[in-house]
Design a protein around this ligand. Structure first.
Ligand code: 5GP
Ligand code: MN
Length: 321
């Protein structure tokens, strides 16, 4: 994996580093941040980790998660030498209006083109930011101890859906093999991530599955505020709902519509490969990957559902003609 010299150079030179990942952090965002933080601290640097949203309960097995702060660090003594954006390539995705850092670096694997930062290392074909950070730590010559390995493995594991997606390449498996050699217990991570569903979340899932609507080969799964109230759940309990709807036989694209306000929704899309959902996400204030992308839409639920289904139909008609 070719890493820009400007990136490794800037990190080597920095004494203080601020790591920031995207809002609603997932396993890749958190695993990458925590792993890079540990490795850089091992090199004698002072590191802070920032995320606008709290660490979801299911990721609280990751060593060091308590240190992830939601508050911008005090910069009265000066800006950090380097800012590193992880698993996102733009300021908007971090949820902050501005971020301090004498040099601004981006380490990301999203398809969506952005221009933020002085040095951008963006590899859309790589499985995860975790896989990139694994290679970055190796290039820096820093140590990967068992805890760092656990964070990196979780990042790669979650972003490849447990090594199932087409993004799982020989280099992802090589990284994973190395991390297992360094002490990672795969089952322990599987259990934490995929086999620790709370009864309330399982009920929400049942309710959402019952309500799945089909528009030809597009499946729409919805979660509303009323459903959270009825089951005693929160938005954190909806992880992987979009994948659930995609897993249905004959479904090409799944759309997960999650209510965020009276007439505002978060829209997540998952494709089996024939439709590039990142391109559609760009039209709804979002972005992502070919097979997994998301954005935001306003209106009533019926309007949002109608608009996104039409957008998907149009995109496919255009790509066929
Ligand atoms: P999810 O649907 O699980 O929220 O996200 C799927 C993929 O799309 C992730 O890689 C995520 O970064 C990207 N994505 C989801 N929502 C947004 C958004 O609002 N803006 C951007 N730029 N990317 C998003
Ligand atoms: Mn990622």
């Amino acid at each position: 994996m070719k890493i820009p010299d400007a990136l490794t150079g800037a990190i080597r030179q920095a004494q203080s580093v601020l790591l920031v990942a995207h809002v609603s952090p997932d396993g890749d965002a958190l695993g990458s941040s925590l792993a890079l933080a540990r490795a850089l601290r091992g090199m004698g640097k002072s590191v802070s980790i920032l995320d606008k949203d709290a660490v979801p309960r299911i990721y609280r097995f990751l060593p060091g998660w308590e240190a992830v702060s939601a508050e911008l660090p005090d910069v009265s003594g000066g800006e950090p030498d380097a800012l590193v954006l992880l698993d996102c390539g733009e300021l908007e995705r971090t949820g902050f209006k501005s971020l301090p850092g004498r040099v601004k670096l981006v380490v990301d694997h999203h398809l969506t083109e952005r221009s933020y930062g002085d040095v951008r290392w963006v590899l859309p074909t790589v499985s995860s930011t975790g896989e990139m950070v694994y290679n970055l730590i190796r290039a820096l010559g820093a140590e990967i101890d068992a805890k760092t390995a656990l964070c990196l493995y979780t990042a790669i594991f979650t972003d490849t859906g447990g090594f199932r997606y087409s993004s799982s390449t020989p280099s992802s498996f090589r990284a994973a093999a190395d991390l297992v050699e360094l002490g990672v217990k795969p089952w322990s991570i599987t259990e934490n991530v995929y086999e620790s569903i709370s009864p309330a979340r399982m009920r929400l899932m049942g309710m959402a599955i019952n309500g799945i609507r089909f528009h030809d080969d597009v499946a729409v799964i919805v979660v509303t505020h009323d459903m959270y109230r009825e089951t005693g759940t929160t938005d954190e309990d909806t992880e992987n709902f979009a994948n659930l709807a995609r897993s249905i036989q004959g479904v090409e694209v799944a759309v997960f519509i999650r209510q965020t306000g009276p007439e505002s929704f978060k829209v997540s899309m998952r494709s089996k490969g024939r439709v590039n959902v990142a391109a559609i996400a760009e039209t709804i204030r979002g972005g992502g990957h070919h097979n997994a992308a998301g954005g935001k839409m306003d209106g009533t639920l019926a309007e949002v559902e109608e608009r996104i289904v039409v957008a998907l139909k149009n995109a496919r008609r255009d790509s066929q003609s």
